[in-house]
Write a protein that binds this ligand. Structure first.
Ligand code: UDP
Ligand code: MG
Length: 319
């Protein structure tokens, strides 16, 4: 039984990934044993409904380097990843999707950069095979907007696949927010960063859990986590509309004085009322989004709940 820190922790959030796990393990093991580094693979079962947990436990029995964290329900990828990073004991951690879209074969490249002294190594994808044109285009527009209005630069085409060294992990653990936009948090902490490029593969088996509604939520999450601009936008828009309305009022008063009042104002009145109503609703919506975040944070609930863990060298009969 060894309890020393492994050099590398792979962190794999798993939600209904039973069909991918043995391929994942095979490829990871081949790559990692080749690299000559000591390693562990922290797998988080994020409330799977299939037999993901059973398969993980079988792997754990076979290979104690597989650490299994079972969450009490589905908390979502960002929370599952947070749990995994909390349990990772390695000198560096590499989040990896269970569906093999992030090729394990790239890990040695990340490790080489780490060895050169970089503390964060981002894996930037060159292609998004198997993703629709609409998804790619909307992602591009989202990152353009996000980077224009947020305080930190959040790299486009970089998922959660990256290498984080121990000091970076400790920094991320200090960020207490409940609603976690991980890509943003990774960028926010800073540190000496570089990137490597790779081709993102299509999903190995199963379906993506991201539909457009969840992606839209993630986008709102990202923007409201890292930018106060929308909040200011509401105020600016309101001010602009008020000035316009005021000028229009002067124009109306003068018009009435000069030409009299032929009672024709109904359409313009409706336009003004509806427009103002719209702007007010928009502003309220934006404010509401931020208030809901304050509400969420003020509850101080934990980000995830762990039901059971199978850690390295524990819960094992032989040893
Ligand atoms: N995932 C998770 N919890 C969820 C949804 C997804 O842990 O609620 C995991 C999933 O098992 C996979 C990774 O997050 O390892 C990425 O999910 P997916 O492949 O569905 O997303 P995409 O690649 O389409 O962005
Ligand atoms: Mg995927």
């Amino acid at each position: 039984m060894t309890n020393s820190r492994p050099e590398v922790s792979l962190v794999v959030p798993c939600h209904d990934e039973a069909a991918n796990l043995s391929t994942l393990y095979g490829r990871v093991r081949a790559v990692m044993d080749e690299s000559g580094k000591s390693w562990e693979m922290v797998c988080i079962n994020d409330g799977s409904k299939d037999d993901t947990l059973e398969r993980l436990l079988t792997l754990h029995e076979k290979d104690p380097r597989i650490v299994v964290i079972d969450l009490s329900r589905n908390f979502g990828k960002e929370a599952a990843l947070t749990a995994g990073l909390d349990y990772a004991r390695g000198e560096c951690a590499i989040p990896l999707d269970a569906d093999l879209q992030d090729p394990p074969e790239l890990i040695p490249v990340l490790l080489a950069k780490w060895q050169e002294g970089y503390e964060v190594v981002n894996a930037v994808r060159l292609s998004r095979d198997g993703e629709s044109w609409a998804k790619r285009a909307s992602a591009h527009v989202f990152y353009r907007i996000l980077n224009r209005i947020s305080e930190v630069a959040i790299p486009e085409d970089t998922g959660d696949f990256r290498l984080l060294s121990r000091p970076v992990l400790e920094a991320i653990k200090m960020l207490p927010e409940r609603r976690r936009f991980m890509k943003g948090l990774f960028a926010w902490v800073g540190f000496r960063t570089t990137q490597v490029y790779y081709r993102r593969e299509p999903r190995n088996a199963g379906n993506t859990k991201w539909n457009y509604r969840r992606l839209l939520n993630l986008a709102v999450e990202g923007i409201t986590s890292f930018s106060q601009v929308p909040l200011r936008l509401a105020a600016h828009l309101g001010l602009m509309v008020s000035i316009l309305a005021f000028l229009y009022a002067i124009y109306m008063v003068i018009g009435t004085l000069v030409y009299g009042n032929p009672v024709k104002g109904y359409p313009s009145l409706m336009v003004v009322v509806l427009f103002l109503g719209g702007v007010q609703l928009l502003a309220l919506g934006i404010i509401g989004e931020y208030i809901s975040r304050i509400y969420e944070e003020s509850k101080q609930r934990p980000i995830y709940l762990v039901k059971n863990t199978w850690l390295r060298g524990t819960d094992r009969k032989e040893d």
